[in-house]
Design a protein around this ligand. Sequence first.
Ligand code: FAD
Length: 317
Amino acid sequence: MAAPVSRTGARVERLPLARFTTLGVGGESEVWFVSDHAQLAEAMEQPYRILGGGSNLVIADEGVPERVIRLSGPLAERDLEPDPHLSTEGEIVTGWVGGGVPLPGLIRQLQKLGLSNLEGTVGIPAQVGGAVWMNAGTRYGEMFDGLHTIEIVTPQETRQVTPADLQWGYRDSGIPRNHVVSRVRLRLRPSTPEAVLEKMDFADNARKGQPKMKTPGCAFKNPGGVSAGRLIDEAGLKGTRAGNALIAPEHANFIVNLGGATAADVHALLDAIRARVPVPMELEYELWPERLPGLHSPGSQTTDPHQPDAHRDGPAT
Ligand SMILES: Cc1cc2nc3c(=O)[nH]c(=O)nc-3n(C[C@H](O)[C@H](O)[C@H](O)COP(=O)(O)OP(=O)(O)OC[C@H]3O[C@@H](n4cnc5c(N)ncnc54)[C@H](O)[C@@H]3O)c2cc1C
């Protein structure tokens, strides 16, 4: 049976959000697949959340009460042709790239075309809109290195801004929450595929020690320049398990889903880290819905990796 559509033609379905997140956790919610500005405006008539690549989220097992908006169709397509009016000899400005475009595929395509400026973001499993919204990046480069125009949609208006109009900075675009990054034009420098690939290899190599399992990335920000992973490791928590979630043995600042983990499992590990690490640490990823720090996680308990009966090597049966 075809999924119901809204007044303006958006596809609306109740779906488990787990399938849209890199952690693979999150209960059912109403998802609006919007493919143009009219559909986006309609979706924004009621309380909403905007979901990108789901690579920085821990979503509750009950889902969220708001509409969850996903950019699709033309808002997830890319036009990388240089705009003849905006491009110069040393700089290419592309056509529109939808906020719903997966960033990894875009970065691979730019490398093949020999276009530079964004290769430092290789390996970030985001969508373009989400990556722009938080100026995702690595020590080798960030999204704002390659942006010309950003289209922002709010319930009141659609406007186009340049980076100079925003107070952007480290992992921050200056764009308020729930303002939707619907499309961007990229600002790129002509190079060669080989030179772009070489830079991508540097950024890729820096990820060698990260776990390969389902995860929302780093759990905590480094407090005062100290490695959060080291603090968690020193607290003896590497390998601690709650249900089917695990503090990764490869890198203690990553919580991974062994298969079938719940949000409650992940919260139990976050609580264990907060209780055992003596330094206050700020969470890196977002919780949907937001949750008060230190709240007890019902329904999941941690297993100390140093106890003989601890399970460290695989999913519970
Ligand atoms: C394995 C792994 C490695 C990672 N490495 C890095 C890294 O090196 N550097 C780094 O910076 N991050 C990294 N991350 C974290 C994550 O990829 C970034 O935070 C990314 O910016 C999240 O983008 P997303 O599209 O997945 O957004 P989501 O996780 O879907 O959402 C995160 C926030 O962005 C908002 N958002 C999403 N789309 C839009 C949009 N179109 N308009 C406005 N707001 C939007 C959401 O509402 C939410 O508030 C990593 C994550 C993983 C899982």
